[in-house]
Design a protein around this ligand. Sequence first.
Ligand SMILES: Cc1cc2nc3c(=O)[nH]c(=O)nc-3n(C[C@H](O)[C@H](O)[C@H](O)COP(=O)(O)O)c2cc1C
Length: 385
Amino acid sequence: MPGPTQRKPAHSAVPIHELLALRWSGRVFDARWHPDDIQVTALLEAARWAPSCYGDQPWRCLLFRRDADTDAWREALECLSPGNQKWAAQAPLLLLLLADTRFSERDADNRWGDYDSGAAGLSVCLQATALGLMAHQMGGFDQDLARSRFAVPERFHLMAFIAVGRQLPKARVPRALRESEAAPRQRRPLAESVHVERWGRALELAPLRPEEDRGEECAAPLGVAVLTVSDSRDESSDKSGALLVERLRQAGHRLVEKQVASDDIYQVRAVVSGWCVQPEIDVVLLSGGTGVTGRDGTPEAVTALLDKRLEGFGELFRNLSWEQIGTSSLQSRALAGVCNGRYLFCLPGSPGACSLAWDRLIRAQLDARTRPCNLAELRPRLREH
Ligand SMILES: Cc1cc2nc3c(=O)[nH]c(=O)nc-3n(C[C@H](O)[C@H](O)[C@H](O)COP(=O)(O)O)c2cc1C
C-alpha cells in the first residue's frame, strides 16, 4: 500500500489514482532511517522516465545522501531557508533539481526546460509515495549559494530541493508540528482553475469522468480507518489493507487513516483507541490477528475497548466462510462492536476473507440505503444516553 504512514488523502470530487491522492508534503521525517540503493535508484529512474519536450530530458539533479557523505548533505541543507532547514534536517536524502535552459540535442533555447524538470520532480514524489515514503519539494533556498557551492553551470536553472525520507509515525510527531501535520490539505475549487473553451468561462460540470468510473454514490459517506495487524507485512505487501481501502472508496466512503501494526495487543489497542476519539473517524476496519496462534491477539486487543459487541457479525461471517472453506472457518475469531460511537470490525488477515466480509456484510450495513435497517443510519445515535 503506497503513501506515507500518516495519511491525508486528497478529497476529490471523483476518485483519482491513489498514488496521486496519497502524495502529500509532510515535514516530519524519521532521522534514524535512510533509503537503500534500490530505493534511491527507483526515485532517480522515475525522474528519468518523465516525459519531456522532444524527449530532450532537461532535468538534472544533485544527490545528497546523509549516510553516504554527511558533510556534503549538510552543505546542501545549509542552502535551504531557515524555515525549511528546521524540518528538512531530519530527511536522509536531499535532491537539488536543475533544468537545462538549452536543448542538449539542438542549438536552441529550451523554453520548456523548467516545465519538464517539474514533471521529473513530480515523478520523484510519486515514486516516493509508491515506496511508502514522503517527498517534500522546496523552492525556499539560496540559489546563489547552491550554484557556487556545487559548481552548477550558468545555463542550468536551480528549480527546487526535494527532501525524501520515511515519515515518523503519528505518535512520534513532535508536539510543535502536530497541528500543522494534521491540518487538512486545501485546494481551490476546480471551477476557479479551469476555464472552458475561453478565458473566464467557468467550468460547470463538476464530475468530469464517466458515470461508470465513479464508484458508487453513497448517501452518507463515512470516515473509515484501516489497520492491518501483521508481524510480516508492511505497507508495500499489505494486500488486505489495500483491498479494504479500494472497496471502501468504491462504496463512496473516505479513507481517513491507514496503518500496519505488529501483532502486539497493546500497540493495536493504542492505535484503535487513538482513532476512536478522532471526530472524522466513524468506522475502524482491522484485518489480521484473529486466529488462534500465540501471536494472534486482535480480539483481545479490541474487546477491552468495546462498549457493545455485535455478535451477529462474527456468526454471519463464519457462516459465510463455512460455505467456502468448511470446518476451517471455526478458526476465525472475527468480531465487531461499538467503541465510543464508532463501529469496529475485526477481520481475518487474508484478502479472501476481507473481501468476503466486506462484500457480503459490511458494505451493505455501512450503506444508509440498506433496508430494513443498517448500521450507517444508527451512527449518530450510538452515543445516546
Ligand atoms: C516548486 C515548489 C516549491 C515549494 N517550496 C516549499 C518550501 O520552500 N517549503 C515548504 O515547506 N513547502 C514547499 N512546497 C510544498 C508546498 O507548500 C505544497 O506542495 C503545497 O502546500 C500543497 O500541499 P501538498 O503537497 O501536501 O498537497 C513547495 C512545492 C513546490 C511544488
